[in-house]
Design a protein around this ligand. Sequence first.
Ligand code: IPM
Ligand code: MN
Length: 372
Amino acid sequence: MKLKIAVLPGDGIGPEVTEQAVKVLNAIAMNFDHKFSYNYADVGAIAIDNHKEPLPQSTLEVCKNTDAILFGAIGDPKYDNDPTAKIRPEQGLLKLRKELDLFANIRPVKAYKTLLDKSPLRKKIIKGTDISIYRELTGGLYFGEKKLSKDGNTASDLCTYSRFEIERISHLAFKAAEARKMKVTLVDKANVLESSRLWRKVVTEIGTQYPKVELDFLFVDNAAMQMIQNPKQFDVILTENLFGDIISDEASVIGGSIGLLASASVGKKYAMFEPIHGSYPQATGKGIANPIASILSAAMLLDHFALFKEAKMIRKAVDKSLKLQITTPDLNKKFDNVTTSKVGDFIEDYINNPEDSNLNFSNIYLGQSTII
Ligand code: IPM
Ligand code: MN
């Protein structure tokens, strides 16, 4: 298969982790006889530096003329503590999601068997957790009208949802549940918010079209508690934009590191694949950023094009790296010489040569060749 991929490394650790994902995609292309080509473009703080805007028109054009987008990370501390800043890196990502109509953000959360003791949560609580979060991505508070009074003392953000916006992501969530454990949990705040009450009404209606899927409701405050008390109860979580943002960071604790969580942002026409983590500016250039979220985002990209065998191969390689503790310091306190690019190298090597017997794992820690 030929695929044109837009690569938007973005800010902070974005470029380092994305580089590993591209490395891995190249290994897949070579071993499975595909042709992947890449078009790089700026987004976020780097785009503000180079083009004076967080999402230049040229970047948008690149995205619209490729089959899929691989996104790194966005954000720079120089904007975070300046509430008066008119231009912010995050606007680049939000505009991209809106312009490309990427309304559904799918965030898988899994407790890896080999990482059960990395989570601050107890093993017996998280063991077996396998959740798919369906976060609405182009509506709600993120995109509603924003106001700041003239005197600067009153501000508001409007949370609006239309039936159409709720329906389209609900169908995706129910379909996903049909292929999984047959359960959708709608997370909302219907005891307080009018927009949440519309979500409940519409999702209940859509649910009747999927009679085999159990539909459950949880208020977001309760859901936040249940997520760490009994995460195994969840299959597909369906929720609006801001609740999904918060609940997915919380859920990342189950896996042991936010550096493991990948996501797919899809619309009718376009699809973008992005780790859920941010730009982690303190780690930039140090080789300590975990590239697995980006690499697993590349696997989701392959799934999107029905390259299931290929995606599975990446996941197998990732599992192997976790099992052997060839991981960055967020997951591995023992070996501090396993850098971002070494994790990428290992996964690349494994794809090139998946037979265990051909891999000389002991050398990895010494920084020597991984293949004998
Ligand atoms: C995410 C991020 C973004 C969001 C930020 C960077 C705008 O936190 O993808 O979860 O809030 O959606
Ligand atoms: Mn977030």
